[in-house]
Design a binder for this molecule. Sequence first.
Ligand SMILES: NC(=O)c1ccc[n+]([C@@H]2O[C@H](COP(=O)([O-])OP(=O)(O)OC[C@H]3O[C@@H](n4cnc5c(N)ncnc54)[C@H](OP(=O)(O)O)[C@@H]3O)[C@@H](O)[C@H]2O)c1
Length: 238
Amino acid sequence: MELSGARVLVAGATGVIGHGITRELTARGARTALAGRDAARLVTVADATGPDTPRRVFDAYDLDGCAALAPWAAERLGGLDAVVCAVGAVAFGPADTLLDAHAEHLVTVNLLAPAALLRAALPLLPEGGAVLALTGVVATSPQPGMADYSASKAALAAWLTAARAEQRRRRVRVVEARLGHLDTGLVDRAVAGTPPPLPPGGDPDRAVAAVADALTGDAELVRPAPGGPGCVLQRRAR
Ligand SMILES: NC(=O)c1ccc[n+]([C@@H]2O[C@H](COP(=O)([O-])OP(=O)(O)OC[C@H]3O[C@@H](n4cnc5c(N)ncnc54)[C@H](OP(=O)(O)O)[C@@H]3O)[C@@H](O)[C@H]2O)c1
């Protein structure tokens, strides 16, 4: 996909990575429609992107609202070439202490909402289009103190894997950005618990650039570069 002129919906555009992706896509010539939970921050991000940037408030708990985002963006942009889902929440604590309500929150925000969004988006995308969602290395390497966060990201990764196989014949790419720990402050916004000791987070800007690169090429997976900073793109997700 050529990013210049591409029509892209970014959900979670008010987050650190979502805003970064929005900036990067705009710099590369894409036209974006932005969705976020925080109405005031969404106005700030959209105004910084361009005065006519379509914006829409949604909450992950409203799955019908999530499903409505892609048709709305397609209508506002005159079509849709790609969708990026940068929504997510984390909670910390041993598996035998996390409240069910917090586990439900993580599954809703990290799995059900992205699935509802992408499910409705996929039929709207043309050949050569792409959807991309952010999981995390915990999807394949679950961490102590993050059982439910890891499980919710693993579930999203599984959903993407199955959808990817379904979409190959349509030539619509389903991309997973399985990012490592980044310095975005996400851990300080946990819905419950305090983070375990973590190494310094990586540079979000490198991840953002890799996500934009992944939309342009034929990658199915973005993952941390082994033993170094930044990310690598992998053509076949494994
Ligand atoms: N930072 C990392 O180390 C890291 C590593 C791997 C993967 N990831 C993933 O990357 C994604 C973005 O994370 P980030 O670091 O950029 O953190 P962030 O700044 O906190 O972004 C999280 C985004 O999710 C949105 N969100 C949370 N709950 C929501 C809800 N109920 N309804 C609608 N939107 C909701 C937030 O909206 P508000 O702006 O309204 O809060 C925000 O836009 C997440 O999926 C995260 O799991 C992050």
